[in-house]
Design a protein around this ligand. Structure first.
Ligand SMILES: *[C@@H]1O[C@H](CO)[C@@H](O)[C@H](O)[C@H]1NC(C)=O
Ligand SMILES: *[C@@H]1O[C@H](CO)[C@@H](O)[C@H](O)[C@H]1NC(C)=O
Length: 270
């Protein structure tokens, strides 16, 4: 960042240098945990897997952490369904800086997380199409970048309210439909914090994607994202081939969708 050759105000440059070092040390704390009933285990310490059928990686958003209320419903929904390999990224130290700093760190955080994931997949011989990365807010863009790290070969990336501020449609570190074989995006927070632009293979716009969503009229980012997560958690818990077809119908009615041609023939929903 601060190039010594350009340093006209030494004390300022020293400050910027310190800032860069501090950011580096915060970035280096980004890591991935494996959820076990006994607690969260650092990914590099997981040596035996019961199954390599599927891997879910959840990435929290701005101001979050792996135990933040905004992502607990998702964690709980996947574990309640008996998914074996549920991973949760924690980039909390960087996510809790000011927004522009967190946003600028998206590429670096993604690269650190992608390498940890790659090492885990290789060590356990898990193929890329079995991997599903789910990201919320800034985490949705991180999920997209993780997908790009694997050259779009992961099975699925899901973006929950990709963050809007300081992203343009051209930002190369933002979520796009080339992030994975299948990319689904749910928009519920435009124009507050969430983007409205189609970013996936399929984009869903509950209540036209506009904030505030019913039940979230008091603008509260945390409550809003909690509702979204609960809605998404419901869509995965209630498989829509359940006996309760009426409930399924209601979910579909509330989720108007924009479709792009699918890149692949096989659509894996799990
Ligand atoms: C962060 O990690 C990188 C790569 O491992 C290392 O080169 C760097 O010294 C670390 N920075 C800090 C501040 O720990
Ligand atoms: C993605 O593609 C690049 C360029 O072909 C290659 O160097 C890199 O190893 C690929 N990454 C993965 C994770 O396969």
């Amino acid at each position: 960042m601060a190039k010594t050759s350009l340093c006209l105000v030494p004390i300022l440059c020293q400050f910027l240098g310190l800032q860069a070092a501090l950011l580096d040390s915060l970035l280096n704390q980004s890591t991935i945990y494996y959820l076990k009933s006994s607690g969260d285990v650092a990914l590099e310490n997981v040596d035996q897997l019961a199954s390599v059928e599927s891997v879910k990686l959840i990435v929290h958003g701005y101001l979050g952490s792996r135990t933040h209320g905004s992502i607990m419903p998702l964690r709980n929904a996947y574990t309640a369904q008996g998914y074996e390999n549920v991973l949760v990224a924690d980039w909390g130290p960087v996510a809790n800086l000011d927004y522009p700093s967190s946003r600028l760190a998206v590429k670096k955080v993604s690269s650190i997380l992608a390498k940890l994931l790659e090492e885990f997949l290789q060590r356990h011989g898990i193929s890329l199409e079995r991997v599903h990365v789910i990201g919320h807010s800034l985490g949705a863009h991180i999920a997209g970048r993780i997908g790009r790290y694997f050259n779009g070969s992961l099975g699925r990336v899901t973006g929950l309210d990709p963050a809007l501020p300081l992203f343009s449609s051209r930002s190369d570190d933002s979520l796009h439909s080339n992030a994975a074989l299948f990319v689904d995006v749910i928009h519920t927070d435009y124009p507050l914090f969430g983007d409205i632009r189609p970013r996936g293979t399929v984009d869903f716009y509950p209540n036209f994607g506009l904030a505030p969503q019913p039940g979230c009229e008091n603008v509260d980012v945390v409550a809003a994202s909690k509702l979204l997560h609960e809605a998404f958690a419901v869509t995965i818990v209630l498989s829509c081939f359940s006996p309760n077809q009426l409930e399924c119908l209601r979910i579909f009615q509330r989720f108007p969708a924009a479709w792009r041609p699918l890149k692949v023939g096989v659509l894996r929903t799990a």
